[in-house]
Design a protein around this ligand. Sequence first.
Ligand code: AGP
Length: 607
Amino acid sequence: MCGIVGFAMEENVTEHLIKGLEKLEYRGYDSAGIAVEKDGEISAVKTAGRISALKEKLKYENVSSHVGIAHTRWATHGEPNEKNAHPILSENKKIAVVHNGIIENADEIKKELISMGVEFETDTDTEVISQLLMINYDGSLLSAVIKTVKKLKGAFAFAAVCSDSPGEIAAARYLSPLTAVKFNSGAGIASDISALGEYSDEFIYLDDSEIAVINSDEVKIYSFSGEEKEKTPQRADADLNSDGRDGYEHFMLKEIYEQPEAVKKTIDAYYKNGEINFGFDEKFIEKLKNSDRVYFTACGSAYHAGAAAELFFEKILKIPCRAVIASEMRYSFTPLDKKTLVIAISQSGETADTLASLKNAKESGCATLSIVNVKDSYIAKTGESVIYTRAGREIAVATTKGYTTQLTALYMLGIYLAKIKNSAPDKELGEYENELFSLADMIKSTVSLSGYISRRAPFTAFEKDVFFIGRGVDFTCALEGSLKLKEITYIHSECLPAGELKHGTISLIERGTKVFAVAMNKRLADKTANGINEIKARGAYVICFTTEKLRDKFPLADEVVILEETNEFFAPAVTAPALQLWAYYSARTKGCDIDKPKNLAKSVTVE
Ligand code: AGP
């Protein structure tokens, strides 16, 4: 989503703001801008498009100062154009604001302010913040913020500068991340610590309903009611300065290759003395033992991870387990009670729909657990307990190691729950544990197919429409492969259970139609073969991902990619890297913007 960065420092702030924005670029955006305060004036420079366009524009504008704010915008209200780009100024041009999130009562506030004679310029919800600050400003930017946040509904993190409060930035956080940092020559504020990583390795993570007021000498934190609060700076979880590409052409390829290590780190983090130990407190363990149903709530690839875990959990826990898309679950009428375990899965830990669904579950008295990659993120802190995946920073918008480490954490959690519930034989669980320890090597073997796949993927790179099929857990992996391909190559890709083809979609299969078949499941191999035979009879071109032992089941497949054999439940972790590579090399063939696909953001902090 949007990126916020601000600095108050001894040096000229402009280049630091631009560098901060470039660190946030990976989140996806469609416009950018900066505003500085100097000698009683606010100067703002904004542009639609990339940060490179903003840098070009800045060559012709004399924007230098010691305090300023900057923003990359992913449009939610108002077109992605220069007018709606942040920073958004107040009517009197004395206040500039950058904002991440959605102000749900913006229309109501705008009507009220217009009736007071305030003139609006933009189509954004953010402008109500700038205008409210102007109305509420009485000589103190802090008190203007305190009065303003009382009026706002929805999720917001914003930062503001004011020409009458020289050298100062005030910022507020509610349901959208914000972090401050103090360093020798100044202080900073950002929506993502990667923009601050080169100034310090200790950060002040704002919590909800907190305000930061920074200048070049200090960072002060206040509650929304104005009490000053003591906050201890914390070390960042990942080495922020190591987010270089390390020689890979794209972050996505680097992160595909990092999967074996990330999976191993995730396992090692929770295996203590031969036992899985998540460090849950006794009260939570009791809740887990007594749970009689499980819901996984997540979006996108995280949902696909939950869907893959669904069958594994039902097999070994013998209770109903369902993966539900968070944007649906948050508005559903699903019965939730204290014997329901709701597991929120999220790489970023900031996805608004997943957070909302988790909060609903918490309010319904459920046992809630977060599986998250980003430390101290909102979803991490909202669940009663949290399991951190050890994927490390994931920069590419299309998740890869985020997904496979979510699967790994879910496999471990399933085994752990079966043990404390005594719901499956130790022998069976022991076999899964042994497979778990081979997972990283099996994924490494998949990733070693990169050369072969780089030669084959161009063959399908210019298709307009492709299909993915699979059965059982393979279907959930096919869903992930379909999403990976469409989100970075922009090819229309549709995924369905292989058994569903004959119920309608087969009408679209023509000679040469490309179909990717995920067929790792020994138990359902013959059924998958039926699906492949049906589409081959209509002239489809089938690329089948399967194992050496099963390949003879699919003699009609046009291409076969052989992967390591594992149990049906762990197959997505072994197969997905091959589908990720196929998507990557297809996008590379097409010259797509692989790490920052159009219209997409790394974390969707709005609904
Ligand atoms: C995956 O490649 C996508 N970028 C997207 O579907 C993502 O998985 C989804 O937005 C959920 O994000 P989260 O894991 O950070 O909650």
